[in-house]
Ligand binder design. Structure first.
Ligand code: ADP
Ligand code: TRP
Length: 334
């Protein structure tokens, strides 16, 4: 198979942030030029934790608006809603029977998300990576752009695809590759660089939302944690404990599409106050146009709905064929 097909998804929960943008969406946009791309609103993943139905519906529209506002072309790409393509849930069940309990038990994200009270976590949160494998394999995607936190789930997806091929039919599933940004694979919180920037962090100043105003961006960068030392080349040395400094330099380098070394050279010996001024400027240049467009698209739900309905139908055609083939292969009577 020579096709280059991309599938990726983002959960429609709350506002997307700079981590989603640099870790995932920026790559989605880069890949739309040369790949056939499927970008999904992973609403079935979003209900693995309790979510208010009204908020979920609103977030589905907001996330679709964010996709378009960030530069995803709805004519070139298939933008769709996971729950509208029934094959995802069906394939997921079959893959539940392929995946091994031992494999799932190793997933670190479940341990982090379930916290100390695993017994009370939903079964869906535990089997979430299998649904993710179904999302990818339904389209026989060759490449999956994601942030570093999803790497382990991608490896599980590969293991499931290999086992299915070995158990049933050699070469049925394409074994997908993950595409993870090299420089800033994990954007960290602006308040605590040991934790990733996340929608679920209670502190709004820990993240830059793609809907933040210029003033909010400026305030958040002013308050972002740093240390008292000037910027120098030792920030990234092996024994460096300057995690907050590393995070801000990486964000800056990624926004400018240059290396961290070139940023370190440019600001060598300078204090973080100089650096923060320029970081704020570039963040505003990148985020403000996106934020304006999100507001524009959010107002036109009809247009969003049209994009999604068209995407759902195109995605269903492909995923339906995959589930039909799977049923035949494993001996289910149709
Ligand atoms: P969140 O973790 O904020 O709920 P999602 O789980 O919906 O976000 O993630 C959507 C995409 O964004 C995934 O590809 C994920 O790897 C990426 N992503 C999320 N947070 C970050 C981060 N802090 N840094 C880099 N990529 C991230
Ligand atoms: N699980 C991913 C996340 O939380 C979102 C997602 C769902 C996804 N299905 C996917 C990502 C398939 C890539 C491919 O970020």
């Amino acid at each position: 198979m020579s096709y280059k097909r991309v599938l990726s998804g983002i959960q429609p929960t709350g506002n997307l942030h700079l981590g989603n943008y640099l870790g995932a969406i920026k790559n989605f946009i880069a890949m739309q030029k040369n790949y056939e791309c499927f970008y999904m609103l992973a609403d079935l993943h979003a209900i693995t934790v309790k979510v208010n139905p009204k908020d979920l519906k609103e977030s589905i529209f907001n996330t679709a608006a964010t996709f378009l506002a960030s530069g995803l072309d709805s004519k070139k790409n298939t933008i769709f809603v996971q729950s509208s393509v029934r094959a995802h849930s069906e394939i997921s069940w079959i893959l539940n029977c392929i995946a091994r309990v031992g494999w799932l038990n190793r997933m670190t994200q479940f341990k982090e998300k379930a916290g100390s009270n695993k017994e009370k976590a939903s079964v869906g949160l535990y089997t979430y990576p299998i649904l993710m494998a179904a999302d990818i394999l339904a389209y026989k995607a060759s490449h999956v752009p994601v942030g570093d936190d999803q790497k382990q789930h991608l490896e599980l997806c590969r293991d499931i695809a290999i086992k299915f091929n070995n158990d049933y039919e050699k070469d049925f599933f394409k074994i997908p590759e993950s595409i993870i940004p090299k420089s800033v694979s994990r954007v960290m919180s602006l308040r605590d660089a040991k934790r990733k920037m996340s929608k679920s962090d209670e502190s709004d100043i820990s993240r830059i939302n793609l809907t933040d105003t210029k003033d909010q961006i400026s305030q958040k960068i002013k308050k972002a944690k740093t240390d008292n030392e000037p910027i120098n080349e030792n920030i990234f040395s092996n024994h460096s404990k300057r995690l907050e400094a590393q995070n801000l330099i990486k964000i800056f380098a990624s926004l400018r599409c240059v290396t961290e070394e070139s940023i370190l050279k440019e600001f060598d010996g300078k204090s973080f106050s100089d650096f923060k001024k320029q970081l704020t400027e570039i963040l505003i240049n990148v985020i403000s146009p996106i934020s304006d467009k999100i507001n524009y698209y959010k107002k036109d739900k009809q247009q969003l709905l049209e994009v999604l309905v068209k995407g759902n139908s195109k995605a269903s055609e492909i995923a339906d064929k995959t589930i039909d083939d799977i049923k035949k292969i494993i001996g289910l009577v149709q």
